[in-house]
Design a protein around this ligand. Structure first.
Ligand SMILES: NC(=O)c1ccc[n+]([C@@H]2O[C@H](COP(=O)([O-])OP(=O)(O)OC[C@H]3O[C@@H](n4cnc5c(N)ncnc54)[C@H](OP(=O)(O)O)[C@@H]3O)[C@@H](O)[C@H]2O)c1
Length: 253
């Protein structure tokens, strides 16, 4: 709730694997109002039909242009090309953005960050909204104080487009920074297989021993708490892009 008003939210990718888990949680949250849903294949169909919830009559739209709300938080779990244009449109309208979509080119990230700053809106662009991934990063940072040899393995469902995952790239960058090495020097191995959801292991090796920090997501409700927290806090980030879930879960005082 912002003051005593419900937080209006539009979910892009609301019919996808992650967007539907996140969208359902937003729909059920007592302090939020699901104002809009975006997907190409379900455009013109009720979101309830897509989700198997007949009571939900909200129509799915093909893109943001036709959603005329004066303000909303745009939550995006789609793919990077369409997301870039949608996010720039949302920012130009003064909306705050919560972005789970991964695989943006560095130039796209820079353009989004500069638009966020110019418009003074809030942005949470977070490669992994699950609590476990964030704790794994903290543990890996601590372990890298004592272990120098490290490699990362990540595995995702066969349909995932980017490789390595945004989470694995963020982990390699964190390890590189901590070990004072270029992030490209940290090997990252990617698997794309049916049966996998989202899995990552950071494996440290030293004389006579190994240490593995492993995180497994078994279903996409793992991302829900992080996304809801970001929707509640994003308005307060005016003009800033936050990439660290820790800043959302545990904001500096
Ligand atoms: N940050 C995190 O914690 C996190 C967690 C999980 C996933 N992700 C990321 O979230 C994204 C989605 O992953 P997913 O596994 O949920 O994918 P998915 O199941 O394929 O869902 C993609 C959704 O986006 C919609 N979409 C795709 N292209 C679109 C376009 N041009 N215009 C409008 N809607 C479009 C799809 O609907 P239509 O095809 O009908 O348009 C669908 O609803 C990926 O980038 C993934 O890496 C991030």
């Amino acid at each position: 709730m912002q003051g005593d008003r419900l937080i209006p939210v539009v979910v892009a990718g609301a019919t996808g694997k992650t967007g539907s888990a996140v969208g359902r949680a937003i729909y059920q949250a007592p302090d939020m109002e699901l104002l809009g849903a975006i997907s190409r294949r379900y455009a013109g169909v009720s979101l309830g039909a897509a989700w198997g919830e007949p009571a939900l009559t909200l129509l799915v739209e093909a893109d943001l242009e036709v959603i005329s709300a004066p303000y909303a938080v745009l939550v995006d779990f789609t793919e990077p090309d369409s997301a870039f244009h949608r996010l720039m449109e949302a920012i130009s309208r003064g909306w705050d953005i919560v972005v789970g979509t991964t695989g943006f080119a560095p130039e796209a990230r820079e353009k989004i960050a500069s638009a966020v700053e110019d418009q003074g809106v809030g942005a949470a662009i977070i490669a992994n909204f699950s609590l476990g991934a964030w704790v794994a990063e903290r543990l890996a940072r601590e372990a890298s104080r004592y272990f120098q040899a490290v490699e990362v393995t990540e595995g995702h469902h066969a349909g995932k487009k980017d490789r390595p995952s945004g989470t694995a790239r963020a982990m390699a960058s964190l390890l590189g920074e901590s070990l004072r090495r270029p992030p490209e020097s940290i090997p990252v191995h990617s698997l794309r297989l049916p049966g996998m959801v989202a899995h990552q292991a950071v494996i440290f090796g030293a004389q006579g021993q190994m240490l593995t920090i492993r995180h497994d997501v078994h279903d996409r409700t793992a991302y829900v708490d992080g996304v809801l927290a970001a929707v509640r806090r994003v308005h307060g980030l005016g003009g800033r892009v936050v990439n660290d879930l820790g800043e959302i879960l545990d904001p500096p005082h």
